[in-house]
Ligand binder design. Structure first.
Ligand SMILES: C[S@@+](CC[C@H](N)C(=O)[O-])C[C@H]1O[C@@H](n2cnc3c(N)ncnc32)[C@H](O)[C@@H]1O
Length: 223
């Protein structure tokens, strides 16, 4: 039953509004003909699938959450993308790919969770020279960490700021409205773990909408 309710909530549907930043970032990459793209921490694959649709290349997703990868594998089959999208249960710290395997490394909302030195060392290793790394993260984190990227061989070539307070205006506020509608329909809504998580995040973002503003960086591996 809770699976059905979560399908009806369709949080991913709300989240898809931010694919405009994935598209904008992809279109800002100067070389993108048949790229080999690695999406690190791909989760259920919203950016992964979009990248496959945007590019004529091959997209590889890695994550350590097998449940999320199972959901993504289902979507890959449903969308007929099995020939160009592959996913693996692997950590960013030890991707097991050969040196220089990828033209582009993508990450949205992942790297702030990780040990930056270990993650960027591995990203540099598997990215080819002059390849691109795209990171989409909260401003607060990104602005503090940007100065460390050159140490790992990355040069900033472009930044794409997200609209102000967009997480609140375009995702959490509409999500809250939908949760309120579903509350009237299902007595047990607030017992569902995923709903509890959404409600907690809504309360957090509501208190400080600007604190969740994001930026996408496009970096190039120069050494
Ligand atoms: C906030 S989610 C973002 C998912 C996806 N990039 C998106 O935009 O929808 C963070 C993801 O990072 C993954 N993750 C955390 N640590 C990881 C690691 N060491 N290696 C690979 N993935 C990791 C989590 O399992 C989760 O799926």
């Amino acid at each position: 039953m809770s699976e059905e309710i979560l399908r009806e909530l369709d949080a991913e549907g709300f989240r898809s509004v931010f694919l405009k930043y994935t598209r904008k970032a992809f279109e800002s990459i100067p070389e993108r003909n048949k790229p080999r793209i690695l999406d690190i921490g791909c989760g259920t694959g919203m950016p992964t699938l979009e990248l496959a649709k945007l590019s004529n290349g091959e997209v590889t997703g890695i994550d350590i959450d097998q449940g999320a990868l199972d959901k993504l594998n289902l979507k890959i089959k449903q969308e007929g993308l099995s020939d160009r999208v592959k996913v693996y249960n692997r950590s960013v710290y030890d991707t097991k790919f050969e040196d220089g395997s990828f033209d582009i490394i993508w990450e949205e909302g992942v790297i702030h969770l990780l040990d930056l030195t270990r993650a960027l060392t591995e990203c540099n290793r598997v990215l080819k020279l002059n390849g691109f790394m795209v990171t989409g993260e909260a401003n607060n984190w990104a602005n503090r960490k940007l100065k460390h990227f050159p140490k790992f061989g990355f040069k900033l070539i472009k930044q794409i700021p997200w609209e102000r307070e967009c997480w609140w205006m375009q995702y959490y506020s509409p999500l809250e409205e939908k949760i309120n509608i579903l509350r009237k329909k299902y007595d047990n809504l607030d017992d569902i773990e995923e709903i509890k998580r959404h409600v907690m995040e809504i309360e957090m973002v509501k208190k400080d909408p600007a604190g969740f503003d994001c930026v996408t960086y496009i970096l190039q591996k120069i050494k």
